[in-house]
Ligand binder design. Sequence first.
Ligand code: FE2
Ligand code: FE2
Length: 226
Amino acid sequence: MSEWPDDYDFETDELCQNVFKPFILNELDLLEAYDGQRPDSITYIFHEHAERVARDVEKTCLHMDLGKTVARNMYWALLPHDCGKRLLPVSLWDQDDKPEGDLKDRRREHTKLGVQIAEKELSDVEHPFKTLMVDIILKHHEQMDGKGYLKLGPEHLSKPVRLACLVEAFDGWSIARPHYGGRDITIPAVLERMRGEKAGFFDKALLDAFAEMKMAEYNRLEGPAP
Ligand SMILES: [Fe+2]
Ligand SMILES: [Fe+2]
């Protein structure tokens, strides 16, 4: 078995369909309800971010020729990655200043809280999909330089987790937020930052694959120059 989830198919696997799918859809509904309690002016909407990240991860897997099954399994594994956010006070988010220090750490507790939710709701289930999903929930704010939230180094970060970390970060940096000021958040600009000043955070080969997929998409959307 490779590090990529290729030994079951979420779309046909019985446990995935009967247990994990309802769990994930319910968590997305709860996150949407939580988003509903946040100010109307917000741009970074958690349940929409989850869907975008899952789709981008799926598309990157297809771009890397990992196959449809791996791509779909990864899509489903990414959807609930931020489910723990709903257990934090709503007032923690949507502040105008850049989150740093204690506030940043409190927010990032959503990784551990998400694991608690999954372990509680799915306590009697064992399946490689659950292992993958929980691993991503816990580690999606880690960095390859070992300076992420839990300070886990690359030896603890599987390829699926590494891909989750970079796609998740890309999406966060692509949405305008008050503390970004006038920073360029177009696709090429965010990718350039990730490959430049943030390069130590990410798995280079996976970032290259993601960037290639994303730039092809960007060029298609922009169309040929007039
Ligand atoms: Fe997160
Ligand atoms: Fe996220």
